[in-house]
Design a protein around this ligand. Structure first.
Ligand SMILES: COc1cc(/C=C/C(=O)SCCNC(=O)CCNC(=O)[C@H](O)C(C)(C)COP(=O)(O)OP(=O)(O)OC[C@H]2O[C@@H](n3cnc4c(N)ncnc43)[C@H](O)[C@@H]2OP(=O)(O)O)ccc1O
Ligand SMILES: O=C(O)CCC(=O)C(=O)O
Ligand SMILES: [Fe+2]
Length: 359
């Protein structure tokens, strides 16, 4: 009898060597045409998406930004941020070509040979400002996640020219730059909703002093029901602006319950979500909400979030205006970079990161 073929990745170190050390990522695994998901990606039952917990008719609010100064639009945005934590915007000022270009550029980067992408990995690149990686934090995770990504922290045009991969640099810079207008509109509305009517330079820097753009790639997966694209988490940003392609995959927790709402892909729209920082600054008024991405057995998927953040050196805590008006603080002041390091050093565990700042 012929010996059974050994599972090429039965040995965990062989899988890590191929996926992480050689930079093949889950794209490389997907292209091997494996019949079954390697065991290292099998998530515990409670982390897999149970389709019975999907709200079939549910959706997050869709807000038309063409009259963004209209008080009704402002009300919809503040309501969505305080009740749902997620909404989509249409008729915003970011041109459709800019969005299409950044999606194409994501594929241009992802299709580079593994050894070229691997130059940008944590092990091979001198700075954390550019990072090619896979899963979320593989050194801390019991089960890996089915995602590869490139993460680009913006410092300056000069640094981007010197350090960012040339196949996607201009498109990502353009996407970030063109999104700034809508980011400022949203922050102005959200601050007004807290009776903070003036955004001076210091406040602007606290709300949006740094930005990080990720290019996420979720290739077709064998046994998608056993794993996740991204596990349950909330973002450690002020706001996240997310561009998704036409492939479904993003789910948002409904009202802190057991049910999940699917975020319908709408061409030209942007998904907006409140991050942990805005929940903390607003003393809990605006809600960051758990979300996750399922793996897909039929299609590859990409998404391009811009994380709008304070600067690493900023202290974050409830805004002084809220405390001066008599609110009892729910959060203490913490250094933003300590907060982010805490997030990156543990596996995705839902909304628990905000606990780091709770009083
Ligand atoms: C990847 O999958 C994800 C990502 C996300 C992301 C959601 C967000 O909200 S991103 C926005 C985060 N905010 C910022 O980046 C802005 C502020 N930046 C900083 O404070 C710092 O640049 C820093 C990120 C804290 C890094 O500072 P540094 O002094 O260089 O600290 P280190 O000790 O070197 O790094 C700490 C720890 O984090 C890991 N790490 C750093 N950058 C990244 C990155 N881009 N992606 C993944 N991990 C990163 C680093 O390796 C260190 O870990 P060790 O284990 O090596 O100690 C949401 C969902 C996802 O699935
Ligand atoms: O891919 C998506 O739709 C969402 C990804 C996400 O939540 C993240 O990168 O923080
Ligand atoms: Fe996220």
């Amino acid at each position: 009898m012929a010996p059974a073929l050994a599972d090429p990745f039965n040995d965990s170190s062989a899988l890590r060597e191929f996926v992480i050390n050689q930079g093949n990522g889950v794209k490389g695994l997907s292209e091997l045409g494996l019949k079954a998901l390697p065991k290292q990606y099998i998530q515990p039952l409670e982390e897999r998406t149970c389709m019975t917990n999907i709200v079939s008719q549910g959706s997050i609010p869709i807000i038309d930004m063409s009259n963004w100064e209209d008080p009704q639009v402002a009300k919809s945005i503040c309501d969505a941020a305080s009740k749902r934590g997620f909404f989509q915007i249409i008729n915003h000022d970011v041109p459709i070509e800019v969005l299409e270009n950044v999606k194409d550029a994501t594929y241009s980067f992802i299709r580079l040979p593994a050894e070229v992408k691997n130059k940008y990995s944590k092990e091979h690149w001198s700075s954390n400002n550019v990072r090619f990686g896979t899963s979320f934090t593989p050194q801390a995770e019991k089960a890996l996640e089915w995602k590869d990504y490139l993460s680009l922290f913006y410092v300056s045009e000069e640094e981007a020219s010197a350090l960012w991969p040339s196949v996607c640099r201009e498109q990502v810079l353009d996407y970030m730059k063109k999104s700034e207008v809508v980011i400022k509109q949203l922050l102005q509305i959200l601050m007004k909703g807290l009776n903070v009517n003036e955004i001076d330079e210091t406040k602007e820097s606290l709300l949006m002093g740094s930005m990080r753009t990720n290019l996420n790639y979720y290739p077709k997966c064998p046994n998608p029901e056993l794993t996740v694209g991204v596990g349950r988490h909330s973002d450690v940003s002020t706001l996240t602006i997310l561009l998704q392609d036409e492939i479904w995959g993003l789910f948002v927790r409904e009202n802190e319950g057991e049910n999940w709402i699917h975020v319908l892909p709408i061409k030209g729209s942007l998904v907006i979500n409140v991050g942990d920082v805005l929940q903390i600054l607003s003393n809990g008024r605006y809600k960051c909400v758990e979300h996750r991405v399922v793996a897909n057995g039929s299609n590859n998927r990409i998404s391009v979030p811009i994380f709008v953040n304070p600067r690493p050196i900023d202290m974050i805590g409830p805004l002084s205006e809220l405390i001066a008006s008599g609110e009892k603080p729910v959060y203490k002041q913490v250094l933003y970079s300590d907060y982010v390091k805490y997030f990156f050093r543990k596996a995705h565990d839902g909304k628990k990161t905000v606990g780091f700042a709770e009083l």
